[in-house]
Design a protein around this ligand. Structure first.
Ligand code: HSE
Length: 397
């Protein structure tokens, strides 16, 4: 019997307990052993839960129980989740987690600690919720040089954008619904301002390029300034606006960013709606591969966490990945990134003509002129836009 402990009995933690219980026979057949939830750590009591007798309030009970070989961390936040994970790994217990905050900021440290102590540290659920994407990227695509990853990585913002576009709901109503469905972070700013997507693209980039970039180094823009006019202009021109996390290899350096981008309708990511996430990976041998599935929610996320437990139980000998911290010299400066853009301005078309030699007009209505410009460097873009009254400017994927 494999004894595990779950840290945190919130949305994800309770989902882990449910998946393990519901699918116990299926899992047993796969690993030839059964998984026993020995403890659940939480500050609260859950007298009405079928797992009430597993609840403990002191992490040391778990840490000092040699029968517990795997810890599933589903607490969220950096502390004490990081500290508990590190202590468990130092005791030789493997740790699995859905906690992208910890993985994006401390994944390199915890992977090293795991390796030094003969344990494993896995975090499939930290990116893309229920989508198996990290393991395929690290193993099935291991023969490739990864050129580029583009992902819709946050279910809440994708849900909000879809509800606004398709049903004309207000931002506030759509956010509230996402919260009720258990998709949103405790602090909605983490979703809406792109912070959550930023952590996830950092994790994907670390797997693809072997270097963990500090999330604070990533140019990150959220969706709070997206206007219905831009959504309509984009749609009429053949694009959907999506919050895209992007990681690119540019001449051996990493370019990582998060921003709402115009995705052409012939790109499959443009069709990934609601709580679904999509990750498009381009490898030099595989070409484009897309992963799509539910990016948030109790059971999809729990599915990924439990798959990590099954992996450890079934293949304990597999080595951990090892990441270095990305240095400034490993990164492409946001100023040097070259892209084409959608711009909406209250300046006249003549003013636009005086600034941009080339552009394609999209629409002129209500005193707003929208157009698309061909690829140019960010510094050059900023210089030119300073000469216009800009209402919105979004990169085109
Ligand atoms: N708040 C996150 C999202 C949860 O909406 O995608 C899953 O990481």
């Amino acid at each position: 019997m494999i004894n595990i402990a779950i840290l945190g009995f919130g949305v994800v933690g309770s989902g882990i307990a449910e998946v393990i219980t519901q699918n116990s026979e299926i899992i047993k057949k796969k690993i030839g052993d059964s998984i026993n939830i020995k403890y659940i750590l939480d500050l609260r009591e859950f007298p009405d839960s079928p797992f009430a007798d597993k609840i403990v309030h002191d992490f040391n009970i778990i840490l000092n129980d040699d029968e517990v070989s795997i810890v599933a961390e589903a607490m969220g936040g950096l502390h004490p989740a990081f500290d508990f994970s590190e202590q468990a790994l130092k005791k030789g217990k493997s740790v699995v987690t859905s906690n992208k905050h910890v993985v994006a900021e401390k994944g390199d440290v915890l992977l090293k600690t795991a390796e030094e102590n003969g344990a494993r540290y896995l975090f499939e659920a930290s990116v893309g919720g229920g989508i198996p994407v990290l393991r395929p990227l690290g193993t099935c695509l291991a023969a490739n040089k990864i050129n580029e990853i583009n992902g819709i990585l946050n279910g809440t913002t994708n849900y909000i954008l879809t509800q606004m576009i398709d049903f004309g709901k207000t931002f506030e109503v759509a956010l509230k619904e996402a919260q009720q469905k258990g998709y949103a972070e405790a602090n909605p700013s983490a979703d809406v301002d792109g912070i959550d997507a930023c952590r996830k693209i950092c994790i994907l980039a670390a797997i693809a390029f072997g270097k963990l970039i500090d999330p604070s180094e990533v140019s990150t823009t959220g969706i709070s300034n997206i206007r219905l006019n831009d959504v309509k202009n984009a749609s009429e021109a053949g694009y959907a606006i999506k919050l895209i996390g992007q990681a690119k290899d540019i001449d051996g350096k990493m370019s990582v960013s998060v921003a709402p981008r115009l995705v052409p309708h012939d790109n499959l990511l443009s069709k990934v709606d609601d709580v679904f996430n999509g990750v498009l990976v381009n490898g030099n041998a595989s070409d484009d591969i897309i992963f799509i599935g539910k990016g948030a929610g109790k059971m999809p996320t729990a599915s990924a966490v439990v798959s990590d437990i099954v992996d450890i139980a079934g293949r304990p000998e597999i080595k951990n990945q090892q990441w270095d911290k990305a240095e400034k010299t490993d990164l492409v400066s946001a100023d040097d990134v070259v892209a084409s853009y959608y711009v909406c301005t209250s300046s006249s078309e003549d003013a636009v003509k005086a600034v941009f030699a080339e552009y394609s007009a999209l629409s002129l209505k209500d005193g707003e002129f929208a157009f698309i410009i061909p690829a140019l460097k960010k510094t050059e873009l900023d210089e030119k836009l300073a000469k216009l009254e800009v209402i919105s400017c979004l990169e085109i994927l």
